[in-house]
Design a protein around this ligand. Structure first.
Ligand code: NDP
Ligand code: HSE
Length: 437
């Protein structure tokens, strides 16, 4: 049987998971693929670092160049992370004509075009299934399984840490800071965790999904991003009463502009979704991506978005594709970001129309609601419902409004005006509503 030799750089959480999974299921993979997969070298930073699974010492080196420059190694797996030395490693491997497999969403997100050009130049493939949603095969599905589709909408719960925090806040009434500390202890959160809770990790993943789905490079800086720091227990309770659940969503939607080029919304923010929708029941550290294809209809991908084993599964799926490429003598795959929509545009959020949940903290006195309604009315913003829990006249009370479709810029300006009214006692809290219909 033909053998494909693997070199890996990084033997930490994911790297040791890959080594372990191949030791466990390597024979099964060989039987399925008709190719034997064998590790030849694994580079780490220091031999004696603790690892979730042990790695055979005889395979280890502390010089990553030994992996990249070994002519016997056909496929290089990069599991170091970040955009620094990892970029040098990936480019060096591609320059040698080696297929590269990476889980590095930060790197793909920051340098995707450069890396894919380098891969094309050297005739090598660059695989990155594990960079989005860990073990869920979403990249392969978008790239190959749904090749016959356009994608009117995609909604992803793509950050396990945020989903874990929001789930425990909702189900247990737990406190944000306490749950975050727990997420860090469980190893879900990035270091520092701001990357997760400020939505940056989700932004990277959403950019990768948007680029794949719409065929032009979506720079992550173009993605309007809000994290989950503003989500409080009180809003969790109100939205639940209204029949909604708050989830941090990566949103990629086609905007109907009548123009030739692809125009899309690409955003990350905590949104209210109907509690009856399947996405609302994706809990704890699980990820899910709801993909609407114009041909296939609605589909849902669910699974573990992080962790040594789930992520190893995705890495090895890429390794299997790479091995088949080598076995069959063809590296021809559906292109990663094909030129079918070179001139696509990410529409700025200000131009996007949304529905909204707003919570004001106002003094309970006559005329307050009328003044707020007047500002919304003047901006042609419609109120769909109002809740004010019974309070005492003259005291501060929460006032919750659900708002019909309105452009984000118009809504932002109206809220800024209302925030200046003397009876408004705190910064208004606003979340968008995604009906998912
Ligand atoms: P870890 O920090 O656990 O592992 C990083 C590895 O890189 C370590 O083995 C480290 O060596 C090695 N390393 C660092 N610098 C060098 C160097 N200069 N030369 C050789 N080896 C080096 O990270 P993870 O395994 O968690 O993440 C790896 C990648 O996978 C990242 O891109 C991450 O974003 C991505 N990913 C991670 C997921 C997860 O659940 N953890 C999920 C999905 C993607 P040493 O062990 O000696 O310190
Ligand atoms: N910190 C990330 C998360 C890890 O919580 O989803 C997987 O990318």
């Amino acid at each position: 049987m033909q053998q494909v030799n693997l070199g890996m750089i990084g033997g930490g959480t994911v790297g040791s998971g890959v080594f372990h999974a191949l030791s466990q299921n390597g024979d099964l993979m060989a039987a399925r693929l008709g190719v034997k997969l064998a590790f030849r070298k694994i580079a780490v930073k220091a031999f004696d670092e603790p690892r979730p699974y042990p790695i055979a010492r005889a395979l280890m080196t502390t010089d990553w160049q030994e992996v990249v420059n070994d002519p016997q190694i056909h496929v290089v797996i990069e599991l170091v992370g970040g955009t620094g030395i990892a970029k040098t490693m990936v480019l060096a491997a591609l320059a040698q004509g080696k297929t590269v497999v990476t889980a590095n969403k930060a790197l793909i997100s920051a340098c995707g075009p450069e890396l894919f050009v380098a891969a094309a130049k050297s005739g090598a493939n660059l695989y990155y299934e594990a960079s989005v949603c860990g073990g869920i095969p979403i990249i392969k599905s978008l790239r190959e399984g749904f090749v016959a589709n356009q994608f009117p909408a995609m909604y992803g719960i793509v950050n396990g840490t945020c989903n874990y925090i929001l789930t425990r806040m909702k189900l247990e009434g737990a406190d944000f800071a306490a749950v975050l500390a727990d997420a860090q202890k469980q190893g879900y959160a990035e270091t520092p965790p701001d990357l997760d809770i400020d939505g940056i990790d989700a932004q990277h993943k959403t950019g990768i999904l948007a680029s794949l789905a719409h065929g032009f490079w979506v720079d992550h800086h173009q993605i309007h991003t809000e994290g989950i720091r503003e989500v409080s227990k009180i809003d969790m309770q109100f939205v639940e009463k209204l029949g909604y659940t708050i989830k941090l969503l990566g949103i990629v939607k086609k905007v109907e502009s009548g123009k030739q080029k692809a125009e899309i919304q690409a955003s990350v923010y905590p949104a209210l979704i109907p509690s009856t929708h399947v996405l609302a029941n994706v809990n704890q550290v699980f990820n899910a991506v709801f993909v609407r294809g114009d041909v296939v209809g609605d589909t849902l991908f669910y699974g573990r978005g992080a962790g040594k084993d789930a992520t190893a599964s995705a890495v090895l799926s890429d390794v299997a594709d790479a091995a088949l490429d080598l076995k069959n003598g063809t590296k021809s795959r559906v292109q990663p970001f094909v030129a079918h929509a070179k001139n696509g545009r990410v529409v700025p959020l200000d131009e996007i129309v949304s529905q909204y949940y707003v919570r004001f903290t106002v003094v309970d006195k006559p005329g307050v609601l009328a003044k707020i309604a007047a500002i919304f009315g003047a901006a042609k913003i419609g109120i769909s419902s109002v809740i004010q829990p019974e309070g005492h006249e003259g005291e501060s009370v929460p006032l919750i409004l659900m708002i019909h479709d309105a452009p984000n810029a118009v809504m932002r300006k109206a809220l800024a005006k209302i925030a200046k009214l003397p009876f408004v006692k705190a910064k208004p809290v606003m979340f968008r509503v995604e009906p998912l219909n």
